[in-house]
Design a protein around this ligand. Structure first.
Ligand code: URP
Ligand code: ZN
Length: 463
């Protein structure tokens, strides 16, 4: 038996803030009360009197080891990426299985799981639906019942590779809804933005800033509204990933008001950065190329509001870094060839705390809800994850609210030669992180072994 006693921490849940002790036995929270005693002499005692204590965060949108063609992969693999996650206070991640069009979903899952077994935090997958054929209906059912993959990713962009046309998307929603799974959707109008991109390049507009110009807000708003309509007609719950615009938020709010099961996520970069980054000298704007692109500061404001009023329920990172040197540079002559994606898995909580909680845009309880509880509920991990409660997994962050720091690629653990938050001042960060009852991060050091994360079999959405 192993045990940890956390003394006198300020425990934060989605509704409460109170001082108590937490006793962890093996991988579970055994009790929460005042003045708990050490069960034996070997118990590790942590004094958390100056610290907040909250549930390990869940990042429901990361891309480790993502193949993007031409032998290029996102720069963090499951080992480096999950180490960075733990250092940031994230104890569970959900990545993706992306099958070939003619490959069985189950075979693709087994292949992807092998790649992920080096993870040091718990990990699960969304299964991507990249085409439609009738056999997929049964494969979707198998994913849910046999492998705990209850969410299915669809892309309305990237039509030339993994994107779906409307008929395929409707069929996928019909099947996933019938089997009580959840569709997650990348909402951008694929045909329209392909047309706009090509037109810009043909007229010699090839710099990174044209990436943003080729994907105007309306391409997201229209796609969100279409996805909501399909989800409504097929009675399928829908989760919209990386919402970037105020217009999309309005569509989501409308659908939720009508009672539809529509959930939404945004990412720190859409809250904290805007499209002025694309005006940087030379090719520097390429570091900020992701899809959807950065928007205007009015969109930042609309997204913060939606996160606090509940129209957006989760904060995830869409972590998908590429090295500037040798990868982003592939698009030096043509923005369409810049690999899309940025890092964030290590910085999410620090940013949300420093720029959300300390700037009064989120309460501490909302901070816990959007980073831990809500993703746990939406992705079928609650009450095991996302909560500080008796019998929950002992995934716990002990947070020092006073530490001051500056984000930099020079010091981050993410495998990336740049950081889009370079120079951002931070107050507050994880001091100690406990995952499944073990101290895995302590004052700047990862203390766990290669492969100590577990595969997460997930249940259905209970939000
Ligand atoms: O730019 C992005 N978002 N890259 C990662 C892949 C995706 O579309 O989510
Ligand atoms: Zn993504």
């Amino acid at each position: 038996m192993s045990s940890i006693l956390i003394k006198n921490g300020q425990i934060i849940t989605e509704t409460f803030h109170f001082s108590a002790d937490i006793l962890v036995i093996d991988n579970k929270i055994k009790s929460i009360a005042g003045d708990l005693e050490k069960p034996d002499a070997d118990t590790t005692v942590l004094d958390a009197a100056e610290f907040y204590v909250f549930p390990g965060a869940i990042d429901a949108h990361v891309h480790f080891d993502l193949a993007i063609g031409n032998n290029q992969f996102s720069a963090d693999n499951f080992l480096s990426g999950t180490k960075a996650a733990l250092a940031g206070g994230t104890t569970s991640i959900i990545d993706f299985v992306t099958p070939e069009k003619d490959q069985s979903l189950v075979d693709a899952f087994h292949e992807r799981k092998k790649q992920a077994e080096k993870s040091v935090c718990d990990y699960g997958f969304h299964m991507s639906i990249v085409t439609w054929r009738p056999e997929l209906d049964d494969e979707i059912k198998q994913c849910i019942t046999n492998y705990g993959m209850t969410s299915f990713k669809t892309y309305m962009a990237y039509k030339e590779t993994i994107g779906l046309d409307d008929e395929q998307l409707i069929a996928a929603m019909d099947s996933v809804g019938k089997h009580q799974g959840l569709i997650t959707a990348h909402c951008e109008h694929g045909d329209l933005l392909n047309y706009l991109r090509d037109k810009l390049v043909v007229s010699g507009k090839c710099a990174p800033k044209y990436h943003a110009q080729s994907r105007p807000n309306e391409t997201e708003r229209e796609a969100v509204s279409r996805a909501v309509l399909f989800a409504e007609m097929t009675n399928c719950p829908l989760y919209i990933v990386h919402v970037s615009t105020s217009e999309a938020v309005s569509e989501i709010a409308k659908a939720r008001l009508k009672g539809h099961r529509v959930f939404a996520e945004t990412c720190p970069h859409y809250l904290l950065l805007d499209d002025r980054e694309y005006e940087r000298d030379g090719f520097q704007g390429a570091a900020y190329v992701m899809s959807p692109p950065l928007r205007k500061s009015k969109d930042n404001d609309g997204l913060w509001k939606a996160l606090s009023n509940g129209n957006i329920q989760t904060l995830a990172t869409d972590h998908c870094p590429f090295q500037f040197k040798g990868q982003k540079e592939l698009g030096m002559k043509d923005f369409r060839k810049i690999p899309n994606g940025v890092a964030g898995v290590e910085d999410r909580l620090k940013l949300a705390y420093s720029y959300g909680v300390l700037n009064n845009k989120l309460t501490l309880n909302q901070f816990v809800a959007v980073n831990s509880l809500n993703p746990a509920k939406i992705f079928g991990l609650y009450p095991r994850k996302g909560s500080i409660s008796v019998n929950a997994d002992a995934d716990i962050v002990i947070w020092n609210p006073e530490t001051e720091n500056v984000i930099s690629a020079k010091t981050h653990l993410q495998n990336c030669d740049s950081n889009i938050y370079e120079g951002f001042k931070i107050k507050g960060q994880a001091q100690i992180v406990i995952s499944n009852g073990k101290i895995v991060y302590d004052a700047g050091k990862i203390t766990c072994e290669h492969g100590c994360g577990n595969y997460l079999y997930r249940n259905k959405t209970i939000f």
